[in-house]
Design a protein around this ligand. Structure first.
Ligand SMILES: [Zn+2]
Length: 292
């Protein structure tokens, strides 16, 4: 595989507030060029961004072909007012506002829709997901609307119940999917939902002293066990490191994600086959409706 299926070109891996401040007023093309060059030099030819509300990923998508990169962006992520992810999103408080945001993604030239359906992990306590999640009924309406316009949906979601809701509602991909369970895995296999398990942000936090290592290790081990189970039942898995997130650096992130996922596979060959197929399916589904 030659791609990063979940990255954030706007973020620097150190500090999200500082990263965003570098693009105040207008997207900083020098920063974008530096990061695209890292990927070009590594031979990365595909990048799926998680979106931002400063137009950075949209500009990156325009610049990327000069670096030989097929770049996909949702423009911005979409989150419910007051939920997690506001710093990279535009928010809605009712379905008609959501629909307007989706229509704007099309106007801006976004390739797909990114939904923030739940919070993130509370790294200090095992089993806890922050923020209120979007309900299955709401997700159903949201995803159906995106699909009716030919847009695929990438859903940020954690927690078994929330992941199940997203899969049942028809999301094209589950991003992160921590605390997933067997029921979610078989649903994913049945519905051919793509899973991007992003283990790198968690593994890279181990030993940093910011959160209890016992909690981080338990979450990482469990996620990798679930990836293994997912592979056994034929789920579609793709490599996304969440590049740009805290402690996940552009370029290096992909190499780390592949390294961390390696023990889940029977052989390197099987790994390259499965992950290349995951990326191929993503690149096919997550493209602008204009190109379908
Ligand atoms: Zn992300």
């Amino acid at each position: 595989m030659k791609g990063e299926c979940h990255g954030h070109i706007i973020l620097d891996g150190y500090n999200s507030r500082h990263s965003l401040s570098m693009h105040k007023g207008q997207p900083n093309s020098n920063i974008i060029m530096e990061r695209l060059k890292i990927y070009k030099d590594m031979g990365i030819t595909f990048f799926r961004d998680g979106g931002d509300n400063l137009g950075v990923s949209l500009l990156a998508a325009k610049m990327a072909p000069a670096y030989g990169i097929d770049y996909r962006t949702p423009a911005y992520a979409i989150c419910k007012f007051g939920s997690y992810g506001g710093f990279l999103s535009r928010s809605f408080s009712n379905i008609s506002e959501y629909r307007n945001l989706v229509l704007q993604v099309l106007e801006l030239g976004g390739d797909f829709i990114k939904i923030m359906a739940s919070g993130i992990l509370d790294f200090s306590q095992y089993g806890v997901v922050t923020h209120k999640a979007i309900t299955e009924q709401e997700l159903n309406d949201m995803i159906n609307f995106a699909h009716s316009l030919g847009l695929a949906v990438m859903t940020h979601v954690n927690g078994a119940e929330n992941v199940k809701a997203a899969i049942t509602a028809g999301t094209d991909s589950v991003e992160h999917g921590f605390y997933i369970n067997d029921e979610c895995l078989s649903l994913m296999a049945k519905k051919k939902t793509i899973w991007v398990p992003t283990v790198t942000p968690i593994v890279n936090l181990i030993g940093k002293g910011l959160y209890p290592d016992s909690v981080l290790k338990r979450i990482a081990v469990e996620q990798l066990e679930n990836v293994k189970k997912a592979l056994e039942i034929g789920c579609i898995i793709a490599v996304g490191s969440d590049a740009g997130a805290h402690n996940v650096f552009h370029g290096k992130g992909i190499t780390q994600e592949i390294r961390y996922l390696t023990p889940c596979f029977k052989s390197k060959n099987q790994m390259y086959e499965v992950l290349s197929e995951g990326e191929r399916i993503i690149s096919q589904r997550f493209k602008s409706p204009k190109l379908h």
